[in-house]
Design a protein. Structure first.
Length: 276
């Protein structure tokens, strides 16, 4: 397949193909590598995955080293989707754009996107050498089944929260221990079922708070932990989007965090292979 032209790339989301690097994409799009990295703050340049989506900025957009971003609205954008990409919250974006209605965004419109704290550290460019960072985004990810190994039913599931940002990706920590995904959200948030299934567990677990486990078709399971209160019972059939539990507040970070895990036959898989 021929490579996309610069005009096809600029301003669009692109999917990583086999052999791609950030440097190659920057060259094809005629965008400085540092600018491409700044518009994809959660991307680890040394661990790009086939099918992973990257944002190619337009000339009208700006990404100062400390933020805020000057972001141009694209088709199907919402404050929540923008917040997830840039590691902030929809509430902060709304506060930064008081004259803009979040329900009436227009393609091409420019909005200000503030950052929550400091911007995530990035891996170095296409040289293949990672930067020395202990942030979750630059930790090596543990091996997971290839998308082709997953059943056809495990495609394009919704995320378990309406408003969230990823504060820890699925993968191995500095000691090589596999860690599930951690999502930060707002007070009052409820975790929602990502697919139809049957509740097999709804109770407390040591160090995990209240936990809900749902079994789905094709031997898939979803786990929702660090909850404050469960809203379902064992044996209950749930539909996609049904509320499962109230998200609890961490006494250590004071955040409202949901620990979310997906498994196939009891083995952990990266939720980003399934969720869209």
């Amino acid at each position: 397949m021929p490579a996309a032209s610069t005009s096809q790339l600029n301003g669009n989301w692109v999917e990583i193909q086999r052999g791609d690097t950030l440097g190659k994409l920057a060259n094809r799009a005629n965008v400085p590598l540092e600018r491409l990295e700044r518009f994809n703050p959660g991307v680890n340049a040394t661990r790009l995955a086939v099918g992973q989506r990257l944002l190619i900025p337009t000339q009208q957009e700006r990404a100062p080293s400390g933020g805020p971003y000057r972001y141009q609205i694209r088709a199907r954008d919402t404050y929540s989707s923008i917040a997830r990409h840039f590691g902030t919250t929809s509430g902060r974006i709304q506060s930064a754009n008081p004259g803009t209605s979040p329900t009436a965004l227009k393609i091409g419109q420019i909005v200000s996107v503030p950052l929550s704290g400091s911007a995530p550290r990035r891996a170095s460019s296409s040289s293949g050498v990672s930067s020395s960072s202990s942030s979750a985004s630059s930790r090596p990810a543990a091996p997971a089944p290839a998308p082709s190994a997953l059943p056809a039913s495990a495609r394009r599931w919704p995320w378990p929260l309406e408003d969230y940002r990823i504060v820890r990706r699925f993968g191995a920590d500095d000691r090589g221990t596999l860690q599930p995904m951690l999502l930060a959200t707002q007070a009052g948030a409820k975790a929602q079922a990502v697919a139809p299934g049957e509740v097999r567990f709804a109770n407390g677990m040591r160090q995990l708070g209240e936990v809900v486990i749902v079994h789905h078709a094709d031997n898939l399971q979803s786990v929702y932990a660090l909850c404050e209160r469960t809203l379902v019972s064992v044996g209950q059939q749930v539909k996609t989007g049904d509320a499962l539990c109230d998200v609890g507040q961490s006494s250590a970070s004071q955040r409202y965090d949901l620990l979310f895990d997906l498994r196939q036959g009891g083995k952990p898989i990266d939720p980003r292979q399934v969720l869209r």
